[in-house]
Design a protein around this ligand. Structure first.
Ligand code: PGA
Ligand code: ZN
Length: 423
């Protein structure tokens, strides 16, 4: 019988150069597997706790305590146990921590181990991770949301909305969808350059110059889509992540880029105008995490027109999602493993969402690594959508390149693009 023989963690660097946890699991059959935990910048208040040392190393961001928790408490608990029951492993981790939000061990410690166990189990069984987690039903290649203009907390410009993304919906396979997206990205770079805009990259690989207002980035993207030879809407649609918790102050939404301070109703109107004018299919965090009333107004008004994704508001938490379902908030949920803490809890949230006709978008964080776990995870859970940054920067392309491998390996993978938004 194969069992967990050793578990340890190292402090490594993420894509912003900040320390993060890499957990490694060794099995009795000599299988060795690691996983690296990502880290957000525009984090939701109710996310599971990311344990940081808060001392003088790395400006307080060190994760040695989290690593120590892996090396001692978690290793003690899991060594000797079978790696093939993910639910059991994750329940043991939850019990060992004993808090609601992993504030004792740190969600970074726990998630690293949870992902590494899944990967080790798959390796040991000689099946790819997506197949280990999803079986023969893991067949849908996710349609990507590629963040090609960065604003908000991810850039030093004056754009309030955090992410302007393209979604290649009108293609037959992932490979062609990715090619088109990359061509649009490079055409956009040319257009920005021609107009004298700097094309330095934001945290997720998108361009991050200053714009006249929050609408201008959309105009640029549409131009880039057309100039690259594609049809906006039919082939390439637009998705936004407003990350509006970041510009919600004293019950109002402050759009500095538009010189406007808006009420929830007015912000809904602002979005409605954009949606009527542009081929936008998805809007994430249109309202702030604390503004559930605003969320209800937004949902009532726009739920039949577009996908309304809850990120900060749900933080991948099944209890909060259930509250949202009951109160008519959003019709889709962003899925980030480190918001909730383990692989099994994340899968539980996805099952709940699907039972209630909420779509799921598996997502990276702005602080990422070469670990492409979420690519396999999105295929395994048949979410049909993934958000993992621009088609540039190694930590983003790691996920896209992994999806290319999965598509080749599957041979009969499905790319459902347009079907996603038949509402
Ligand atoms: P974060 O941003 O990883 O910085 O939290 C991503 C998002 O808001 O979707
Ligand atoms: Zn978001």
């Amino acid at each position: 019988m194969v069992y967990i023989d050793d578990i340890y963690a190292d402090e490594v660097l993420d894509s912003r150069g900040n320390p993060t946890v890499r957990a490694t699991v060794v099995l009795s059959d000599s299988t060795v597997a690691s996983a690296i935990v990502p880290s957000g910048a525009s984090t939701g208040k109710r996310e599971a706790l990311e344990l940081r040392d808060k001392d003088d190393r790395f400006g307080g961001k060190g994760v040695l305590k989290a690593c120590e928790n892996v090396n001692v408490s978690i290793a003690d608990e899991l060594i000797g146990i079978s790696p093939f029951n993910q639910a059991e492993i994750d329940a043991l981790l939850k019990e060992l921590d004993g808090t609601d939000n992993y504030s004792k061990l740190g969600a970074n410690a726990v998630l690293g181990v949870s992902m590494a166990v899944a990967r080790a189990a798959a390796l040991s069984l000689r099946v790819p991770l997506y197949k280990y987690l999803g079986g023969s039903n893991a067949i849908v290649l996710p349609t990507p949301m590629l963040n090609i203009i960065n604003g908000g907390a991810h850039a030093d410009n004056d754009v309030d909305l955090q992410e302007y993304m393209i979604m290649p919906v009108g293609f037959d396979d992932f490979k062609e969808a990715l090619r088109a997206s990359s061509e649009v990205y490079h055409t956009l770079k040319k257009l920005l350059n021609e107009d004298g805009h700097p094309t330095a990259l934001g945290d997720e690989g998108g361009f991050a110059p200053n714009f006249k207002n929050n609408e201008e980035p959309i105009e640029y993207i549409l131009k880039a889509i057309e100039k690259a030879g594609y049809k906006p809407s039919d082939e390439i649609a637009i998705a936004l992540d407003a990350a509006s918790s970041e510009f919600y102050k004293d019950g109002k939404y402050e759009l500095k880029g538009d010189n406007k301070v808006l009420s929830a109703e007015e912000l809904v109107e602002f979005y409605e105008n954009l949606i009527n004018k542009y081929p936008i299919v998805s809007l994430e965090d249109g309202m702030a995490e604390d503004d559930w009333e605003g969320w209800q107004i937004l949902t009532k008004k726009l739920k039949d027109k577009i996908q309304l994704v809850g990120d900060d508001v749900f933080v991948t938490n099944p209890k909060i999602l259930q509250e949202g379902i009951d109160k008519g908030v959003a019709n889709s949920i962003l899925i980030k493993l480190n918001q909730i803490g383990t692989v099994s809890e994340t899968m539980k949230t996805i099952r709940l969402a699907h039972r209630n006709d909420y779509t799921c978008v598996v997502s990276h964080r702005s602080g990422e690594s070469e670990d492409a776990f979420i690519a396999d995870f999105a295929v395994a859970l048949n979410t049909g959508q993934i958000k993992t940054g621009a088609p540039a920067r190694g930590e983003r392309t790691a996920k896209y390149n992994r999806l290319l491998s999965i598509e080749r390996e599957l041979g009969y993978g499905e790319y459902i693009g347009k079907e996603l938004f038949k509402r």
